[in-house]
Design a binder for this molecule. Structure first.
Ligand code: ZN
Length: 491
């Protein structure tokens, strides 16, 4: 194959994969938002066919030959990065024998269904054999992928490339000590008791917040779903979703700010990355940093609510809280709890560190499904002082392990850490965040800074390189601790 032919083959494959991914994303969005219940099975089959076609292209002999031919050739930087990213994914996939992978996909679906049944009946025992099978797959895959120091490195690498146990141990060790200490010092604050807000009014609030934070409503929209997500379909169409509970308007307000943060990342990807395999976030952790930035650092600041509470409260019908200060304190209330997804900004990280420590033991072969529930409960007692009465609010609460997604959880806390570190860098350049948030054009300047420094680069750079370029140093837990101490101790 000539080099010109290899380039052409590679580019045409990347364009087709990108178009099929867009179709798949649109179908998945439809399935999780507006598709009628009777259409779900048919829709799932269509979606399966679209994904299978993308997989076929990615594993085809011509694609492989083109990647082989491009190796070591002098290419322009964007093209070189595209080929590198494609090669890395290809090599990782190719290490798993096709028959093993096919069996894994089937077993993972059975395991996920068993997890759902077990969660509904609060019975970990029903699910444990399936989980053990997923643990066995994950360990086998880690061995096939290969690693230098720890088998968990191979799992982490699938979500945050280049991240190792050595890095995370250092950062999470420090973070755990800081969070446990801070938890003892934070003031006790009564829970917010907002009045119920009808769904249509919550949607109006969501649209208001999206517009104010800089999400482009001409390049996306807000929809309702069960588990909120955002999805970039293609340039100019990035959709966000939320879940409405009339009795809990706080939940939707912060999930809109969170998903809007993800959505703006996708809206702000550089136009030169369109139709390439770099038209995406740099990593799960960097993507999460953008959502946490808008949800927490901006969206849970007093400066933000000092400006926007009156409007949001009026849109809600007047019953959110007595005033901006009461609302601000309520939405920052810290209280150890059992459920990760409902945790406050501080204890959330402890929920993640518990999962990280357990996953590391699982990967190393020191912990199996039979002993996992006790290990889980012990750590919850030790770090958070809470004890699950039912498996559904303990070890069965998350879906992630049911399809062997070991290595995924740490990226949530990485998002918090990156966000605080980016915020520090932003303040060094643009001045105080509070002053910016409270000023007329401040939110626009913040959004512009995130776009220019992080978002427009898409997947052109490795997550660790972005962090060093933007903040001048590697991952450092002290920024998150300083930010949380400053805010929470003053509540
Ligand atoms: Zn997120």
């Amino acid at each position: 194959m000539t080099i010109e032919k290899a380039k052409e083959t590679f580019l045409s494959a990347v364009r087709r994969i990108s178009a099929l991914d867009a179709a798949g994303n649109l179908l998945a969005w439809d399935q999780r938002t507006i598709a009628p219940p009777k259409g779900l099975n048919g829709r799932a089959q269509v979606l399966g066919a679209v994904s299978a076609e993308a997989f076929r292209i990615k594993t085809s002999p011509e694609y492989r030959e083109a990647l082989d031919r491009l190796k070591g050739e002098a290419l322009d930087p964007v093209f070189e990065r595209m080929a590198f990213v494609a090669r890395r994914a290809f090599d990782r996939d190719a290490k798993i024998p096709a028959d093993v992978y096919e069996k894994f996909v089937v077993d993972a679906q059975i395991s996920e269904a068993a997890w759902g049944d077990a969660k509904r009946s609060d019975d970990y025992g029903m699910y444990a054999p399936h989980l053990q099978r997923m643990i066995d797959y994950a360990r086998r895959f880690a061995d096939l992928w290969g690693y230098a120091a720890h088998p968990y490195d191979a799992m982490l690498d699938g979500y945050e490339s280049g991240l190792t146990v050595k890095d995370v141990d250092g950062v999470f060790g420090r973070l755990r000590a800081d969070m446990v200490a801070l938890l003892r010092e934070v003031p006790r604050i009564p829970a917010l008791r907002p009045a119920a807000v009808p769904v249509e009014k919550q949607r109006e609030i969501g649209l208001y917040l999206l517009a104010k934070t800089g999400y482009d409503l001409d390049a996306g929209n807000l929809y309702a779903t069960e588990h909120p997500f955002s999805v970039g379909i293609h340039a100019g169409d990035v959709r966000v979703t939320t879940h409405y509970r009339e009795s809990d308007p706080v939940s939707s307000i912060f999930s809109v700010l969170h998903e809007g943060g993800h959505g703006m990342y996708d809206q702000n990807l550089g136009p030169e990355l369109r139709d390439t395999n770099l038209d995406d976030g740099a990593s799960m952790g960097i993507h999460e940093s953008q959502s946490r930035f808008w949800e927490n650092i901006i969206g849970r600041s007093y400066a933000f609510w000092d400006t926007h509470f009156a409007t949001v409260n009026r849109l809600a019908g007047g019953g959110l809280a007595s005033d901006a200060r009461a609302w601000y304190r309520g939405v920052n209330r810290v209280k150890p709890s059992l459920i990760r997804t409902e945790a406050d900004e501080l204890t959330y990280n402890l929920h993640i560190i518990i999962r990280y420590e357990l996953e590391k033991e699982i990967a190393a072969g020191n912990l199996n499904a039979g002993a996992l529930r006790d290990a889980w409960n012990d750590r919850y007692r030790e770090y958070l002082g809470v004890q699950a009465e039912k498996d559904g609010e303990g070890i069965l609460q998350d879906i992630h392990w049911s399809d062997a997604s070991f290595g995924y959880f740490p990226t949530y806390s990485l998002g918090n850490l990156y966000a605080a570190q980016f915020a520090h860098a932003l303040e060094k350049e643009l001045g105080s965040l509070d002053a910016l948030i409270g000023s007329e054009s401040g939110l626009g300047k913040i959004g512009g800074w995130l776009k220019e420094n992080i978002q427009r680069y898409g997947a052109l750079e490795e997550p660790g390189d972005i962090l060093v370029r933007v903040t001048g140093e590697g991952l450092n837990a002290s920024y998150l601790t300083t930010y949380l101490r400053g805010k929470l101790l003053a509540l």
